[in-house]
Each structure stands twice: as structure tokens, then as C-alpha cells.
Design a protein around this ligand. Structure first.
Ligand SMILES: Nc1ncnc2c1ncn2[C@@H]1O[C@H](COP(=O)(O)OP(=O)(O)OP(=O)(O)O)[C@@H](O)[C@H]1O
Ligand SMILES: [Mg+2]
Length: 317
């Protein structure tokens, strides 16, 4: 089943709900059905209370991680008492005859930043698309917040707290910054929109300055901020970012990584796909290396940063 096809299915699926219908309508205007599914899959604003407890839990978990003898493996993390937010076991994904994801297993614990690194074509984006329901695994299991989500539609996953900011930041080009953000909250009660906007603008003051600007005229870095902000509007439990630093100047890359750390400190658990391995590993609690569809290595961010194979392959020696 092709990518576009599953994207459209995700849109159709939610068309019965007023919010989702608005998304589908906007997609027509933007001329991109795929983008609608992603807006559906995007989502951000944890309540202040949740942020506060999340930050505390994050700190506690860092201590637990330090105590874990094998924080790299799923069992190691479980043994340390960490709560698994996402648990992926033995998934396989195909594009026709191409076997893109091969027996992949990994987990993300509450309060972590987990990085997924690897070369072009390794299967990182395919993994995220499978988690957000845009592609399906033929085997294994995917649990999110304690529930099996293998057969749950993409737009329903947003409502459950799984937000996906795709590669290439597909914002609604013809809508304003603020309209894009409002779309991100379509799974939330109307009363959450205004406080959600305030929280996003606190993380991204640049978006506040440009709230009335048409999204298509934003710079690449600003569009990345908007895509992240839109995802945050759905108050996600897990924020999945696909190559947020791609194509940005070094100063903007620094800024984006800074914001990722701020979101984490405010209580959001993050799954970060990056080709910028240096930056990703330096902020990650744990990380996995993917090569041609398989996970070949895992460990704490620090362990992988100092691993000889990783240094040679992804860190320029
Ligand atoms: N829609 C598709 N149809 C057929 N093959 C695809 C499709 N999308 C991805 N692939 C193939 O699946 C494999 C994994 O692709 P994927 O996009 O997941 O890699 P990636 O790790 O995200 O790479 P990059 O770092 O370049 O974004 C690649 O061999 C790619 O060519
Ligand atoms: Mg990719």
C-alpha cells in the first residue's frame, strides 16, 4: 500500500468529526491531502500543572537512567522502573517488494528524549510514519500509553496524544500562522485553544510576531517552528520530530535544538529522528542507530557519542 493512499485513508477516516472535516477542507485549499493527515498527526500544549510534574518526573528519570546498568535495552529501562510510553516490538514494514523496516523493536519511556539516528534511507521516517498510523506493520506490536495502537487510525492517534512533525514541515501554506496553530488543536476542546496558543508563543516568540503572516511566506526555520508549534497544540504525550534541523543554518539548528530541550523540560516526551547525530546524541537520554531497516546499536546518548563505530559512521571520525 502506497504512502499517499494511507495518507488519504487517514483523512477520510476522521471526516465524520467537525474538526477533522475542517482539516480535510483546508487540505483541499492547500492542495495536499498528505498534509492534512499530518496536521491530523500533528499536535502541543501541556497544561501548566502537567508541565510542572512532567519536569519533575523527567529529573527523577534521569537519576534512574544513571542507575540502570543497561539503559539501552527495553528490558534495562523497565528494570529501572521507568514507565514505558511507547513500546515497539518486532515490526516489519514494506513498500511493495521493498522491505523497509526489519524486525524493529525499541521503547520510549515517559520523560525521555530518544533519538533515532542513521544514514539516508535507513528507515527512520518509515518508522515514524508507522507509529503515527500512516503505514502499517505486518507483524509485531506497537503499544502507546498502555494500549495496542497497531490498528488505530492516524487522526485518532492524535487525540490519544501522539503527535508527528513530518520531514519537510508540511504547513498549510495559504493559511496564517495562527490558523495553522488552531488547526493543530482540532482534537482538543475549544477552551484549550487560547491557552495553547499562549504556550506555543511562549516557546516560539517569532511565531507570535508573525501570527497574521501567511505560512507559505515564512522562512524554512520559521516553518519548522510552526510545524512544531502546530503539533504542540494537540497537547501530545509523545512528540515525534522528523529531521527538525534539516536544511537550516547552524544558528537556527542551535535554536531548534534549544527549543526541543525546552519542550522536554516542560514535560513533553520526545522521539527525535535526526541526521545531525552530534546534536541529537548530545541532548538524547537514549538513542538507537538504524541501518538499512534494522536497529543495530542502542545506548545512552553519551555512550553512542563516544562509540567508535558511531563516531566513524555518523560523527566524521
Ligand atoms: N513511498 C515509498 N515507496 C517506496 N519506497 C520507499 C517509500 N518511502 C521510502 N521508501 C524506501 O524505504 C527506505 C527507507 O526510507 P525512509 O524514508 O524511511 O528513510 P530515512 O531513514 O528516513 O532516510 P532520510 O534520512 O533520507 O530521510 C528507503 O530505501 C526508501 O527508498
Ligand atoms: Mg527520513
Amino acid at each position: 500500500m502506497g504512502d499517499m493512499h494511507t495518507d488519504s485513508v487517514a483523512v477520510m477516516d476522521g471526516a465524520g468529526e467537525p474538526g477533522a472535516a475542517a482539516v480535510a477542507g483546508a487540505a483541499g485549499a492547500a492542495g495536499a491531502a498528505g498534509a492534512a493527515a499530518v496536521a491530523g498527526a500533528a499536535g502541543a500544549a501541556a497544561s501548566e500543572a502537567r508541565s510542572a510534574t512532567g519536569a519533575t518526573a523527567g529529573a527523577a528519570m534521569r537519576v534512574e537512567r544513571a542507575a540502570a546498568s543497561d539503559a539501552g535495552s527495553a528490558t534495562g529501562a523497565a528494570a529501572a522502573g521507568a514507565h514505558q510510553l511507547l513500546k515497539v516490538e518486532g515490526i516489519n514494514v514494506y513498500y511493495g517488494a521493498i522491505h523497509a523496516i526489519k524486525d524493529v523493536s525499541f521503547c520510549v519511556n515517559d520523560g525521555e528524549i530518544v533519538a533515532l539516528i542513521g544514514a539516508n534511507g535507513a528507515g527512520k521516517s518509515t518508522t515514524l510514519k508507522t507509529l503515527s498510523g500512516l503505514l502499517r506493520s505486518s507483524t509485531g506490536s506497537i503499544e502507546f500509553a498502555g494500549e495496542d495502537i497497531m490498528r488505530v487510525a492516524a487522526d485518532k492517534l492524535v487525540a490519544r496524544g501522539l503527535a508527528h512533525v513530518p520531514e519537510g514541515r508540511r504547513v498549510f501554506q495559504q493559511m496564517s500562522v495562527e490558523e495553522n496553530l488552531e488547526m493543530g488543536a482540532y482534537t482538543r476542546p475549544g477552551s484549550e485553544v487560547a491557552p495553547g496558543l499562549e504556550r506555543v508563543y511562549a516557546h516560539f516568540p517569532r511565531l507570535k510576531e508573525r501570527r497574521r503572516q501567511v505560512a507559505g511566506t515564512l522562512s524554512g526555520g520559521e516553518q519548522q517552528m510552526l510545524a512544531m508549534g502546530r503539533a504542540l497544540m494537540s497537547s501530545p504525550k509523545l512528540l515525534m520530530l522528523d529531521e527538525p534541523s534539516m536544511g537550516l543554518a547552524p544558528i537556527l539548528i542551535e535554536q531548534i535544538f534549544q527549543i526541543v530541550q525546552e519542550l522536554h523540560a516542560a514535560g513533553t516526551t520526545i522521539l527525535l529522528v535526526e541526521q545531525n547525530a552530534q546534536m541529537a546524541l548530545s541532548i538524547a537520554s537514549r538513542a538507537y542507530v538504524m541501518e538499512t531497516g534494522r536497529i543495530t546499536l542502542s545506548g545512552t546518548g553519551d555512550e553512542l557519542l563516544h562509540n567508535d563505530d558511531v563516531r566513524r559512521a555518523y560523527l566524521g571520525g
